[in-house]
Design a protein around this ligand. Structure first.
Ligand SMILES: [Fe+2]
Length: 301
């Protein structure tokens, strides 16, 4: 990780936070208060809490003709939006689920803690054991979300996580390569920068974009990405029966706000997330750990 680049990002984040955070937070805070009152008075609170703690492993597969043959049957663990709020029990459960899974590498999509206030304590006491488990199993690549301070990047990096903050990494198998490109948060801080992220990339035959929010889907498609992994929306978190999300907190079409999607030639997945934020409930939108399988359309079987 380039230290100078991170320091520049930090300054930019602080400036952007002052400019953009106030209005968005106050609108969401008002909705949050109303939601708390509604769910407490209708006695749905306990059911919503139980739903929010019932994490599933979601197996997703992509068949992509551009995927290099040596990467056929690649498995990726993808987790986003942990939103740890001092709950060690949840992390125990997540660790047990991950221990049973087999995969080639792990991608983390941001929003690890819920607020800057408890971030340091939660990273040290709760997230460190999880990261150690993940790093024992495979390489780990991560981006930051709109709830993460720049300290998260330094902390993750010190443990051995490869932070892709407007940066890229290349995975090689024999003579074939795929590129992982991570952009910084494009939702709140607007500190994403494709130009810097792709600086050392060359011309890979297959590119995966990791972005906390799916809001860069049009730009990514124009730039020739094959796959786009995102989180941020929590799939709506509180949805109507059938999974319709009244609020997604992202400027994207509904089909891109949750689950598997396609935009022109590019495919993508927007995770419903592992944790929950604001009103800590879920309805018709289970929290998930994603096990993504990539297969090559043309592979000889
Ligand atoms: Fe989130």
């Amino acid at each position: 990780m380039n230290k100078r680049r991170l320091e520049n990002q930090n300054k930019r984040r602080l400036v952007e936070q002052r400019l953009t955070a106030k209005n968005k937070c106050s609108r969401l805070a008002r909705l949050d208060i109303l939601a708390h009152i509604f769910f407490k008075t209708t006695l749905l609170w306990n059911r919503g809490r139980k739903n929010a703690e019932s994490i599933i492993t979601n197996e997703i597969s992509f068949t992509i003709k551009e995927l290099p043959e040596k990467f056929d049957n690649t498995k990726i663990l993808f987790m986003s939006d942990l939103h740890i709020r001092g709950k060690i029990n949840q992390l125990d459960k997540i660790s047990k689920m991950i221990s049973k899974l087999e995969y080639d590498f792990c991608i983390l999509g941001g929003d690890y803690c819920d607020s800057f206030k408890h971030e340091k304590k939660e990273m040290t006491e709760i997230i460190t054991p999880l990261l150690k488990l993940l790093l024992e199993k495979s390489p780990v690549y991560a981006v930051l979300g709109n709830h993460d301070s720049i300290d998260v990047a330094y902390f993750f990096s010190s443990l051995g996580v490869e932070m892709l903050i407007n940066d890229s990494a290349v995975i090689t198998r024999e003579n074939e390569k795929i590129a992982l490109v991570g952009i910084d948060d494009c939702h709140r801080y607007k500190s994403d920068d494709f130009e810097i992220a792709e600086e050392n990339l060359g011309s890979p035959e297959f590119k995966i974009l990791i972005s906390h929010s799916p809001e860069k889907y049009q730009e990514a498609q124009k730039k020739g990405y094959n796959l786009y992994f995102a989180g941020h929306t929590h799939g709506g978190q509180i949805c109507l029966p059938g999974g319709f999300a009244p609020i997604t907190n992202a400027q994207v079409p509904r089909k891109i706000a949750a689950g598997k999607w396609q935009y022109k030639q590019m495919q993508g997945y927007t995770s419903r997330g592992v944790g929950s934020s604001k009103t800590p409930l879920r309805f018709n939108c289970p929290p998930e750990i994603c096990l993504i399988a990539l297969s090559c359309f043309n592979a000889n079987r």
